[in-house]
Design a protein around this ligand. Structure first.
Ligand SMILES: Nc1ncnc2c1ncn2[C@@H]1O[C@H](COP(=O)(O)OP(=O)(O)OP(=O)(O)O)[C@@H](O)[C@H]1O
Length: 250
């Protein structure tokens, strides 16, 4: 297997606090890779380093063979490294369809230009793609609904649809299951598998252990900013340090 993402020797401090210390990990092409750990373990900080929101104090982020450590979030997104947000950062007053179109345009500035100068063929193609993405995410019937009028679970799915519109090669999902009903969770588990099966590698930061264990091929466990375990769900579940970290946290 080849690594799509390689993290080497990452370190990030906030004042005197070491949030991430000497973190190395590799995410294989086609994997669903979990990133877990108790509260304050450093998951969000690591996520932000991978997406370019934070610059690490040391170490490197290599995406598809290129060092992207110094690149902006937008430059990474154009290369196919795309994230969703924990909160629903959507255009609340716009329809679901418009949100997905914006998701596609943000990652493809050339298309945005065509849109602005009203290239009708590009507009039609963008709308067609956005409709297909909403259908794929099982919210095609909500295309004309304003984002703000969707249920919480539907808004989270729309967030994923917006990210998918950017055609990610690596999709980072930030706690996508938060606040979902059991039924919505089951549907999202199936959807995430399908996204992977269509060729997108996935990193999943998630507190819902059932979803993590169901979905992930590999899991990296952080505690106090360090990697304490890495392996299959079964290996990680039985790892003494992981059990201790979660019991300690509980
Ligand atoms: N911007 C910041 N400024 C100062 N300290 C920070 C900042 N961001 C995170 N930290 C600290 O770094 C450590 C790791 O935090 P982080 O949010 O990455 O953990 P987490 O695993 O995502 O936690 P949670 O599961 O609660 O979201 C914590 O001690 C946190 O207080």
């Amino acid at each position: 297997m080849t690594a799509l993402l390689e993290l080497t020797g990452l370190r990030k401090t906030f004042g005197g606090l070491v949030a991430i210390e000497n973190v190395s990990a590799a995410v294989e092409v086609g994997a669903i890779h979990g990133l877990i750990g108790p509260n304050g373990a450093g998951k969000t900080t690591l996520f932000s380093i991978i997406t370019g929101f934070y610059r690490p104090d040391a170490g490197s982020v290599v995406f598809d063979g290129s060092d992207v450590t110094g690149l902006s979030t937008a430059a990474r997104a154009r290369r196919g490294l795309v994230r969703t947000f924990q909160s629903n950062l959507l255009f609340a007053e716009q329809t679901a369809l418009e949100n997905v179109v914006y998701g596609a345009l943000v990652s493809r500035p050339r298309h945005a230009l065509d849109w602005l100068i009203e290239r009708q063929d590009h507009r039609a193609a963008a709308l067609h793609d956005a409709r297909q993405t909403l259908d794929f995410c099982r919210i095609g019937d909500k295309a004309a609904t304003r984002a703000v009028d969707l249920s919480h679970g539907q808004q989270r799915v729309l967030g994923i649809a917006v990210a998918l519109a950017a055609r990610p090669r690596l999709l980072l999902l930030d706690e996508p299951f938060t606040g979902m009903t059991a039924r919505e969770k089951d549907s999202l588990v199936a959807m995430i598998r399908e996204i992977r099966d269509r060729g997108t590698t996935i990193i999943l930061v998630e507190h819902d252990m059932r979803a993590v264990m169901q979905l992930c091929d590999r899991i990296t466990v952080l505690n106090f900013g360090k990697v304490i375990a890495e392996g299959s769900p079964d290996e990680v579940r039985r790892h003494p340090e992981v059990m201790a970290a979660y019991l300690g946290a509980a």
